[in-house]
Design a protein around this ligand. Structure first.
Ligand code: PFF
Ligand code: NA
Length: 452
């Protein structure tokens, strides 16, 4: 007989969901996308999308998890069968789990870069180094399949270890220790950035906007980022929601997650841009912002090697708490469906993801050009995977909004949400009309990029 598994405390879901949300998306992707897209205008669109699309879908996804109390694949099967709704909705579970699988495969490789930089920083190898030397060191890392492989392996092992220990002993305990530690480190990095860098320039860049600065492409990237940063459409939130206490409010919890996630992205942005502008560098460096521009800024500052190392520990930790939420949906499915032990299920998930991650590892060196994917689509294997998830995230989100807004029975919704909740009607309106329209728009605009 299986007893229902629930988080230990009413607030644990919030902790776990914040752990999932806060990751490379906040520390790496948000700052560089903002830098590339002209600052404040990008943030304005991003914040708007979080409010009218992100939060409603976050509520819907948590609702599906808690209503089914199962992993995404089995949960969608249960919800459709028990209410006689079309079986086609089950694609939500399958697509979520596949997207989680693909994302984790490259998330792990990128998190691995942070392991390398932690080492470079603490060992003082970059202290006083010139900008050219530091850029070259990033190039060397990417050119070395062996190094990338080593870090990718370490990171995947750490994620598997935590999830393999179970939701209480592994995930909950891990988060209870890591989340406060990460917050403290972030505050230290912020204080350091503000004291040694140019905080005024950073704040001006982030908070003054001119909508003309923002291209259509920028609008689309802001929407994509709001999905990625809140971990939406990938089954992660649904899987964690399955263990959520019945007493916690869905709306209040979702709003808190979004507020914390956004606050952390902004704080990271202030810290990073203070350092970058303080060193007289440019914000629009793209994905290299964190791995090249920032180390250049640290190289010339007092205590830069130490603080730089501490910063990259933060990156690794934040990535780890996100990665475990990507392992969970598939691992839980294997346990439920095939009766595997949790360590076995986790090893299978992490092992297959590790294998798929090789595509990303080699995309930066051996397969950086001339593979069949380049010939066919003009992209490296990694870029194809990333592109696929850029489609799967909005599509998953769209389906979740439609399912929760229209297909799920009123009874089931009211079982999870309180009509007296003053957010209930706002949520229903957003999830039925606004979120699907907005996502359909993004989705239709993303597709033409296939020709790349
Ligand atoms: N939200 C994470 C971040 O911002 O880094 C990334 C992520 C984690 C996406 C888990 C999706 C997911 F299911
Ligand atoms: Na995030």
């Amino acid at each position: 007989m299986s007893s229902t598994k629930i988080w230990t405390h009413k607030g644990t879901f919030l902790l776990a969901a914040v752990g999932s949300a806060v990751g490379l998306g906040n520390l790496w992707r948000f700052p560089y996308l903002t830098g590339e897209n002209g600052g404040g205008a990008f943030i304005l669109v991003y914040a708007l999308t979080i409010a009218v699309v992100g939060i409603p879908i976050l509520i819907a996804e948590t609702l599906l998890g808690r209503a089914s109390r199962k992993s995404p694949i089995m949960g969608m099967k249960y919800l459709t069968e028990s209410h006689g709704t079309s079986r086609h909705w089950q694609v939500i579970g399958w697509m979520g789990a596949s997207a989680a699988f693909i994302i984790l495969s490259f998330y792990s490789v990128i998190a691995g870069w942070a392991i390398h930089y932690t080492w470079l920083m603490f060992s003082g190898q970059l202290s006083g180094a010139s900008a050219d030397v530091i850029s070259a060191s990033f190039g060397e890392l990417l050119a070395s399949p062996n190094q990338l492989l080593l870090y990718h392996t370490l990171f995947m092992l750490a994620s598997a270890l935590i999830v393999g220990m179970g939701i209480h002993k592994g995930i909950e305990n891990g988060l209870r220790f890591m989340m406060p530690a990460l917050f403290i480190i972030l505050m230290i990095v912020l204080a350091y950035g503000v004291m040694t860098g140019d905080a005024v320039a950073a704040i001006k860049f982030l908070f003054t906007f001119n909508l003309n600065d923002l291209s259509l492409e920028g609008w689309l990237q802001a929407m994509g980022q709001s999905f990625f940063t809140l971990s939406l459409g990938m089954g992660a939130i649904m899987a964690y929601g399955a263990y959520m206490s019945k007493e916690a409010s869905l709306t209040r919890t979702a709003i808190s997650i979004a507020l914390v996630d956004t606050a952390i992205a902004l704080i990271a942005g202030i810290a990073i841009f203070s350092l970058v502008f303080g060193a007289g560098m440019d914000a629009g460096q793209g994905p290299g912002l964190m791995f090249v521009t920032l180390p250049i800024a640290f190289a010339d500052l007092p205590g830069g090697a130490l603080l730089g190392g501490v910063f990259f520990i933060l990156v690794i930790g934040a990535a780890l708490t996100s990665a475990i939420s990507l392992v969970e949906p598939v691992a839980a499915f294997l346990v439920e469906r095939f009766g595997f032990s949790r360590p076995l299920a986790t090893s299978i998930m992490a092992g297959l993801c590790w294998l798929l991650g090789l595509l990303t590892v080699f995309s930066f060196n051996l397969w950086s050009e001339g593979t069949w994917t380049h010939q066919l689509f003009g992209r490296s294997p990694f870029e194809i995977l990333e592109f696929l998830t850029n489609i799967m995230m909005p599509l998953g989100g769209l389906l979740i909004a439609l399912f929760a807004g229209w297909a799920l029975s009123r009874e089931e919704v009211l079982n999870e949400m309180d009509t007296n909740d003053r957010w209930f009607h706002t949520w229903q309106f957003l999830v039925r009309f606004i979120a699907p329209t907005a996502v359909a728009f993004v989705f239709l605009r993303t597709l033409p990029q296939v020709e790349g």
